[in-house]
Design a protein around this ligand. Structure first.
Ligand code: PGA
Length: 253
């Protein structure tokens, strides 16, 4: 049985005051949670202050990106060690905004995945197709390429440190969600890829999150699907009440 995982991606939102308020409300609201993992990923400048609030609680801290080099002349970038030093356990890699706004390709994302693991951070590898790719029947081809390239040279043992998030780009921030059935079938396709790349244990143990307009209204039907193990939530993670409702989703046993 895979443990459920609910992650909030704050993106480039919230300043110190509202971040502190939200983090405190989430720590309070998750006090009694024992059966699922909860993660928040604030922007870089907020990490230390949010870490002070969440450390020792049921809320994990993660970052939204990192660079693969350890240190040096890379203006504007941050390393895995820097993120760990401010309490991060997780890092989102290959988010569609990194791929499409900042032109990150599969090879760069793969370097980041390997570097994160080597340096003790756990990657959430995001994959997902554009609307035009879906409409031209290329969803599986694109998702397969992103999974295979993203995990290149990652050992079967190290896959245990990774989570995959399937986020169809056309569903992110648009209010359009993939139907639970559509998402489940892509998740199941990702498990087939993992079985071919590794083995059935890796395929069965991998937690695969769905992301793209996840809201209090649709989380239960998404979580009801066998292959959906959690959610990567953008907009609805910025308010304590909506994110707590998502965190408290019904989980089928
Ligand atoms: P959204 O974003 O929930 O606002 O659609 C999800 C994401 O980009 O991770």
């Amino acid at each position: 049985m895979r443990r459920a995982f609910i992650a909030g991606n704050w993106k480039m939102n919230l300043e110190k005051g509202s971040a502190v308020e939200l983090a405190k409300a989430l720590v309070d609201g998750t006090r009694n949670i024992t059966d699922r993992d909860v993660l928040i990923c604030p922007s870089f400048p907020l990490l230390p202050i949010v870490n002070d609030i969440v450390s020792g609680s049921n809320v994990w801290l993660g970052a939204q990106n990192m660079y693969y080099e350890k240190k040096g002349a890379f203006t504007g970038e941050v390393s895995a060690d820097m993120l760990k030093s401010v309490g991060c356990e997780w890092v989102i890699l290959g988010h569609s905004e990194r791929r499409h706004v900042f032109h990150e390709d599969d090879s760069l994302i793969n370097k980041k995945v390997k570097s994160a693991i080597e340096q003790g951070l756990k990657p959430i590898l995001c994959v997902g197709e554009l609307l035009e790719e879906r409409e031209s029947g290329k969803t599986e081809e694109v998702v397969k390429r992103q999974v295979v390239e993203g995990l290149k040279e990652v050992s079967p043992e190290d896959t245990a440190k990774i989570i995959i998030a399937y986020e169809p780009v056309w569903a992110i921030g648009t209010g359009k969600t993939a139907t639970p059935e559509d998402a489940d079938s892509i998740h199941s396709f990702i498990r087939d890829i993992l079985r071919d790349l590794y083995n059935s244990k890796v395929s069965e143990n991998m937690r695969i999150l769905y992301g793209g307009s996840v809201k209090p209204e649709n989380i239960d039907s998404l979580m009801a699907k066998d292959n959906i193990d959690g959610a990567l939530v953008g907009g609805a993670s910025l308010k304590a009440d909506s994110f707590l409702r998502i965190i408290n989703a019904n989980i089928q046993s």
